[in-house]
Write a protein that binds this ligand. Sequence first.
Ligand code: NAI
Length: 244
Amino acid sequence: MAGDVRIGLITGGATGIGAAIARRFVQAKEKVVICDVDVDRGEKLVAEIGNSARFCNLDVADETQVNQTVDKVFADFGRIDFLINNAGINNDKLLIRMNREDWDRVLQVNLTGTFLVTKAVVKYMMKQRYGKIVNIASVIGLIGNFGQTNYAASKAGIIAFTKSCAKEFASRKINVNAVAPGFIETRMTESIPEEIRQNYFKLIPVGRFGDPLDVANVVFFLTSDEASYITGQTICVDGGMVMQ
Ligand code: NAI
């Protein structure tokens, strides 16, 4: 693919880490399809980025919508080179207070959504004998956390899913990796009170929360030719918080 303009999907790309990933690919002159349930933010971002980006209103947990969207992207562009499974939600509460819906929705969006979009995209990548998939996990999927049993289980699931996909698709020249961010400055972390923030800083050797671009740069690298001998890995982007 060296020298060609690539095209790929970024789920949850309307804001936060996903938006930074979209900007990073466009900066490298690639084309991105931003898939998100947040139509306002998604359309604003695409208007800002210009012709290299397209927005699709997509709930990654809806199998019919996922298949229709992916088939349309392939029909329009003739290939799908990369997929960034970034859409994710949390709904934090202690296990004792967590009901079935709290559990199910987080698993459906984070883990089942990753499965559905990957399955829809990988059939095209297999035919192309080229593809780069990066799944956004979390360090919480490695170490667990109070109040995040649902989220931690979904992210640990993504890490195991990544390894299995890497084994299934390596012979088709498809790389599948995960990135596990630590604390990154986005909507997901903005409500953390200052006092708790200061306590977290003590656990992060670099001494700060990360910027979405810190994650985007690693995601972009994992889709590059320079990373073609890396597959099935989970790369922590966390200022040294979790050392594997
Ligand atoms: P965010 O809340 O700013 O962005 C998440 C995006 O996903 C939003 O645009 C949202 O509309 C979209 N989304 C939610 N449900 C969706 C669905 N069903 N279908 C399609 N899109 C959907 O959060 P942030 O921080 O940018 O998170 C991005 C990813 O990074 C998530 O998977 C999150 O779990 C992960 N992450 C974030 C960390 C952080 O500190 N911010 C740390 C570790 C992982």
